[in-house]
Design a protein around this ligand. Sequence first.
Ligand SMILES: NC(=O)c1ccc[n+]([C@@H]2O[C@H](COP(=O)([O-])OP(=O)(O)OC[C@H]3O[C@@H](n4cnc5c(N)ncnc54)[C@H](O)[C@@H]3O)[C@@H](O)[C@H]2O)c1
Length: 228
Amino acid sequence: MRRVVVTGGSRGIGAAVAERFRAAGDEVIALGRADCDVTDEAAVDAVFTRIGPVDVLVNNAGIASSAPLTKTTVQQWRDQQDVNAFGAFLCTRAVLAGMLERDSGRIVFVASTAGKVGQRYTAAYTAAKHAAVGLMRAVAAEVAGTGVTSNAVCPTFTRTDIVAEATRVISNRTGRSPAEAEAALAGASPLGRLLEPAEVAFAVSFFAAAGAGAINGQSLVLDGGGVQ
Ligand SMILES: NC(=O)c1ccc[n+]([C@@H]2O[C@H](COP(=O)([O-])OP(=O)(O)OC[C@H]3O[C@@H](n4cnc5c(N)ncnc54)[C@H](O)[C@@H]3O)[C@@H](O)[C@H]2O)c1
């Protein structure tokens, strides 16, 4: 039985990831924001010390907000970097030494298609997800040749609270109905529909599998069409 830690595991994609590992018989620690704010260095170090050895870390905690660049506030920029990139750094740092000592471990980042290409009106989120993908690749370079791997999944719009909020914002800003706003998001990828959290969980479990030891430094785009 492996010990799996999922940050932001209380809902959405994180909850689906936690459920998938649990169903496979793993011990899963799904950290909600109340258990551990990933941007708080002392809290992260304390929680991982308490948890002990971790076999699989899923850096899933994330936030998103949208605005044209000229309307992006400093606070928005800092918040996106803080949770999506800095938080993943703190959690990865907390588990990596132990994984290397045991010569075994899997680190999976839940990034985004916004970690692969530029997307309009999401400069802060896009930059933060590129940072997360960059961190994943730097870690992969450091662990290459060991029993530890570092990879990322890059989902398109997925049916969670983040997308419900984006739908609401688009609807308010454009006057489109919520259904039309959701259709616009669904139509933004070749998939032509929203991803389901369970589909992201499947990709995470693929990278985390025991047989995936030769897969390192990869980012897997989940957009149904491979245009990126
Ligand atoms: N939903 C999408 O369309 C989509 C697409 C691509 C990538 N993602 C990414 O997937 C991940 C999960 O998002 P989701 O869609 O399930 O959204 P969500 O809002 O349902 O879940 C986000 C989770 O992160 C947690 N979180 C936020 N700030 C935190 C903090 N400071 N410390 C600890 N936990 C914190 C929340 O409590 C929540 O559990 C995020 O990294 C997001 O960027 C989502």
